[in-house]
Design a protein around this ligand. Structure first.
Ligand code: M6R
Length: 606
């Protein structure tokens, strides 16, 4: 969603604000804008398009001031345009606001304000806020801002600057993330930590209902009219981890980081021969009395949940329901006091997932969370948190978060199986050993870049590509298809191979590309039959398998043999060349790989 940034201090604000926006462009990139107080007056610039367009516009300005805010937008209300770009202002240009989220009651507020004579210029929901502040302002900026916020319904993070109070920026959080960065001779506000990394590692994580009053030498946080004592959160990321590090795109870098990310995640929970998930606080008795586990997530994290279902049901003999978070909340889920809900979210800020988490808690469930962002809303609100150690994931297309989520899910399955006594020690020890060996194995597909690049050239002109697999490979196919479609804009559809003949086979004709995944040896024969069915209709077979023999050669038009791996970990290995394939197809088609159209990294609106 949108990226927000604010600075007040002794350094010129404009370069800091622009750099912050550059580091958060993955949150939204259809327009950008800034406002800076220069010689006691608010100046602003906003442009449709990428940040570069705004930067070009700003090249000739001389704005030395130390107070400014900025915004990169993912349009929700009103098309991307110069006028709809943020910041938005009141009638007289004294109050400027940047906003992330949705103000649900903006229509009624706008009508009310227009009736009082306020003139609006944009189609956005945001513009009601500066007009509300203008309406309520009687000399005290904090009071007017809080009064305005009280009138809003929805989810929002807001940053306000005013030339009537040029020493401060105000920030307010309601269900959309905001962090305050604590610097020397200057302080910051942003919607995400990467914006702050060049300047500080010490932050306050704002909670819902908190107002931050930020000046050059002081940050005060208020809630319910009282000052709040905030704890400083130390960000221990390597700042270079949020840079491209010589790669052309974040996505390629993040694909290559997977062996290391998987190693770090496994190491956090694995001893030599055993799994340590004490954080879950599960006793043998509690594990044995569990009736089901509900997994809730969106997008790639949902696909990880689907893999988790197969693995947990197989090893721990525990029924697992996997729900799309946006469905879960509105379908009256059947949960009782003490049931366990596992939410999965790379960002920890996805609004649908957060809403599902809250609904689960409201129904009395205990919530476990797998997230990549410590300090995120999901991490803070869950009862138990199992972090993935993938490091910052910047590309919109999720890669290393997915593979590390699969590792944590595998370890949860082992832990549950141990406590419930549903798998033998030998079986579990073999899987633990396989997890230890996994990082080395993941290096292999990364060496296949040239072959995958060649394959990408042949797929690039197609408009429909199918992905099939069985069991865990069906779940893996769903993720592979999502990767391809979101960054290359080729229609990609994944299905359980056995389902082909129930309808979709009608679409397979001469030359239709069908990507086949085969990492589950017990399903090999069944999968071979499905592949034969496709071949008989002239479909072109692109096979990714871990079967370790040459016999499948005759079935495929193109084949990438992968090293044999424990079947539970097959999806972790197989997704890597498929992520690379999606990447190279997108490159061939001239797509903006890291910032696909219409999408944003962290979806903080419902
Ligand atoms: O941060 P989350 O894991 O909660 O995000 C969920 C989805 O928005 C995300 O996985 C999305 O589907 C990615 N763009 C997929 O690559």
């Amino acid at each position: 969603m949108c990226g927000l940034v604010g600075y007040v201090g002794e350094r010129p604000a404009l370069p800091i604000v622009l750099e912050g926006l550059r580091r958060m462009e993955y949150r939204g990139y259809d327009s950008a804008g800034v406002a800076v107080i220069v010689d006691g007056k608010l100046q602003w610039a906003k442009k449709k398009g990428r940040l570069e367009v705004l930067e070009a516009e700003l090249q000739t300005v001389d704005w030395p001031s130390g107070v400014g805010i900025g915004h990169s937008r993912w349009a929700s209300h009103g098309e991307p345009s110069d006028i709809n770009a943020h910041p938005h202002s009141d009638c007289n240009g004294h109050f400027m606001i940047v906003h992330n989220g949705i103000i649900e009651n903006f229509r009624e507020l706008r009508a009310e304000l227009e009736a009082k004579g306020h003139r609006f210029s944009s189609q956005t929901d945001t513009e009601v806020v500066p007009h509300l502040v203008e309406e309520l302002y009687a000399g005290n900026l904090e009071q007017a801002f809080l009064g305005a916020v009280k009138r809003l319904r929805g989810a929002f993070a807001l940053i306000l600057v005013s030339d009537l109070h040029p020493d401060r920026v105000l920030a307010y959080r309601q269900s959309s993330p905001l962090v305050v960065g604590l610097g020397d001779n200057g302080n910051f506000v942003a919607s995400d930590i990467p914006a702050l990394l060049p300047y500080t590692r010490e932050v306050y994580l704002l909670e819902d209902g908190e107002l931050a009053v930020v000046t050059a030498h002081e940050v005060r946080v208020m809630a319910d009219g009282k000052e709040v004592e905030k704890e400083v959160f130390h960000v221990d990321w390597d700042p270079l981890a949020a840079e491209k590090g010589g790669y052309e795109h974040f996505m390629l870098k993040e694909i290559h980081e997977q062996p290391q990310a998987v190693l770090a995640t496994a190491a956090a929970y694995l001893n030599e021969n055993s799994v340590n998930l004490a954080e879950l606080g599960l006793t043998e008795q509690a594990a044995r009395s569990m009736q089901k586990l509900t997994i809730v997530a969106c997008g790639t994290s949902y696909h990880a949940g689907l893999v988790g279902k197969y693995v947990i049901e197989d090893l721990a003999r525990l029924p697992v329901e996997v729900d799309i978070a946006s469905e879960f909340r509105y379908r009256k889920p059947v949960l009782k006091e003490g049931d366990i809900v596992l939410v999965i979210s790379q960002s920890g800020e996805t609004a649908d997932t957060l809403a599902a988490l809250r609904e689960a808690k409201r129904l009395g469930a205990r919530v476990w969370a797998i997230t990549n962002v410590l300090g995120s809303s999901v991490a803070r609100e869950a009862d138990a948190v199992l972090p993935t150690f993938a490091g910052p994931e910047i590309a919109v297309a999720s890669t290393k978060a997915y593979t590390t989520q699969l590792v944590v899910l595998t370890l949860i399955a082992i832990h549950l199986a141990q406590l419930r006594g549903t798998a033998s020690n030998e079986e579990l020890a073999a899987l633990v050993a396989a997890v230890h060996n996994l990082p080395a194995l993941l290096e292999e597909p990364l060496q296949q870049q040239d072959r995958l690049q060649q394959l990408a050239k042949t797929l690039t002109t197609h408009e429909d590509i199918f992905f099939i697999g069985r069991g865990l490979d069906f779940a893996g196919s769903l993720e592979a298809a999502l990767k391809l479609k979101e960054i290359s804009y080729i229609h990609a559809e994944a299905l359980a191979a056995g389902e082909l003949k129930h309808g979709t086979l009608a679409l397979i004709t001469q030359g239709t590309p069908v990507v086949c995944l085969l990492t589950q040896s017990q399903l090999r024969e069944k999968m071979e039959s499905s592949i034969e069915e496709v071949a008989a209709r002239g479909g072109e077979i692109f096979l990714f398998d871990t079967m370790g023999d040459g016999e499948l050669e005759r079935l495929a038009n193109w084949r990438l043999p992968l090293s044999p791996v424990h079947p539970v970990l097959g999806p972790v290995l197989a997704i890597i060349p498929l992520q690379m394939l999606a990447y190279f197809v997108a490159l061939e088609r001239g797509c903006d790989v890291d910032k696909p159209r219409n999408l944003a990294k962290s979806v903080t609106i419902e």
